[in-house]
Design a protein around this ligand. Structure first.
Ligand SMILES: CC(C)(COP(=O)(O)OP(=O)(O)OC[C@H]1O[C@@H](n2cnc3c(N)ncnc32)[C@H](O)[C@@H]1OP(=O)(O)O)[C@@H](O)C(=O)NCCC(=O)NCCS
Length: 429
């Protein structure tokens, strides 16, 4: 068996051997197929990059059929149970687990970069009272590029490290302040005695007490949620970070593009839709009628189904457990009973079984966030904080990858050609 593809161009009768490497063919090899010298080469049309690999990556592995998610080769289940978010962030960015000394240095660095320049605070305070926190996060992380102009020196490894530390450290500060802004409450400065996630909760919820200490079970649950969201290979926002980063802009600008992509309802917004759906169903008795409506194609069962996971979403199993831990502290959200019953019925129903529809990460995460008393607009901000190490790991990989070029897809032009311009004075005469 040879690892190549023989293609016969029926326009010319010519045959081409295209090498297959890692289950892919090079688009550039396809481009060599042309009707005549000087004519444009054959191109591939793939809106949404549904079947196009844009890079080689050693960060995250997903097998959707088997329900496998691994960061740098480690199963997500083990990381969620035995690691913590900052260690996972180190793993994603550096590619290996830290030694004790490396871990201590990493945690120390990140802890001491949680503060932002006072002008960042002033500028965040300038947003309208009802500004969406994702808009504030996107703008403020982008604005950090003006505070750290040295970040443009992306070819220097030490410099890259500095910006990575800054960004992982400051995202919770920016996210928490965006939340406090909407609440009309004073911004809370970081407390460097606390862990990464405990400090985030302090910046969100501290009022007049001298120290805010969240229940450790809540800290652990949120830390697990951050781990689950830390990377998901070439998803829309990561692709945005890579695409913008490919222009060799500084990482704050690239990550700000990632936050923008995540803001969209097709990416970061499904958990909010799950909550709305559960509220609308209202009680267990209404579930059968709701399921019938879904099966008749009236609407979708939100939080079910995934483009990649066709067996189960490994993150959903972990989140379900985290949900129970959180409700132990906060009391049970009445919507949980509806969610559980809905899941039970759907998993036994032929319609969902046949289509391989299982709960995804968003089915239970919204319930947890609500238990923390986050308003729905904050859900995506939490996602963005968790995803930051993944974006940065992918950005570092991009910057060091000799095969990468500025992202610049082709198009199939469908507009007019060679029109003669008539000046307005004649057109309107
Ligand atoms: C995630 C999602 C966009 C994946 O879509 P996809 O891979 O393109 O799958 P398709 O839309 O081709 O769906 C395949 C079939 O399952 C059905 N289906 C998919 N998700 C469904 C859902 N949540 N509820 C009911 N039916 C669903 C489709 O209608 C289609 O049925 P058909 O073959 O009879 O036409 C889709 O499952 C969805 O919209 N889910 C709800 C939103 C959600 O939870 N998103 C968060 C993702 S993390």
């Amino acid at each position: 068996m040879t690892d190549s593809l023989t293609v016969r161009d029926n326009r010319t009768g010519q045959e081409y051997d295209v090498p297959i490497l890692d289950g892919t063919i090079k688009a550039a090899d396809v481009g060599k197929i042309r009707t005549a010298e000087g004519e444009p080469g054959l191109a591939v049309y793939d809106p949404g990059f549904v079947n196009t690999a844009s890079c080689r990556s050693a960060v995250t592995f997903i097998d959707g059929d088997k329900g496998i998610l691994e960061y740098r080769g480690y199963p997500i289940e083990q990381l969620a149970e035995k690691s913590n978010f900052l260690e996972v962030a180190y793993l994603l960015v550096h590619g290996t687990l830290p030694t004790q000394a490396e871990h201590e240095a990493w945690v120390h660095e990140i802890t001491y970069h949680t503060f932002v320049h006072e002008n960042v605070k002033t500028f965040m305070q300038g947003f309208r009272y009802d500004a969406h926190p994702m808009g504030m996060l996107m703008a403020s992380v982008g604005a950090l590029s003006t505070f750290y102009p040295d970040a443009r020196n992306i070819s220097d490894a030490d410099n890259r490290h500095m910006q990575i530390v800054r960004m992982i450290a400051k995202m919770p500060t920016l996210g928490a302040w965006a939340y406090r802004h909407a609440q009309g409450k004073p911004y809370v400065y970081p407390d460097n005695d606390l862990s990464y996630t405990a400090n985030f909760l302090s910046m969100l919820f501290k009022m007049s007490e001298s120290k805010f200490e969240a229940d450790p079970r809540l800290v652990k649950a949120l830390d697990v949620l951050f781990i689950l969201h830390a990377d998901h290979e070439q998803n829309c926002s990561t692709n945005a970070v890579r695409s913008v980063g490919s222009s060799q802009v500084d990482p704050y600008s690239a990550v700000s593009a990632g936050v923008g992509a995540l803001f969209g309802p097709l990416h970061g917004g499904a958990n909010e839709a799950v909550l709305r759906m559960l509220r609308r169903i209202g009680s267990k008795e209404n579930i059968p009628a709701f399921i019938e409506g879904v099966k008749n194609g009236n609407e979708k069962l939100m939080g079910f189904g995934h483009r990649v996971y066709k067996n189960f979403d490994p993150r959903a199993t972990i989140i379900k457990k985290a949900c129970e831990d959180v409700f132990e502290v906060t009391g049970v959200n009445p919507l949980l009973a509806i969610a559980q019953e809905l899941e039970k019925i759907a998993l036994e129903d032929e319609y969902f079984i046949k289509r391989k529809l299982y709960p995804n990460v968003d089915f239970y995460s919204g319930l947890i966030y609500e238990a923390f008393q986050f308003p729905p607009e904050m859900f995506t901000v939490l996602f963005a904080i968790g995803r930051t190490p993944g974006w940065l790991a992918q950005w570092v990989e991009l910057v060091q990858d000799k095969e990468q070029k500025i992202a610049r897809p082709k198009q199939i032009y469908t507009g007019d050609r060679t029109l003669d311009f008539v000046p307005a004075s004649e057109r309107w005469a």
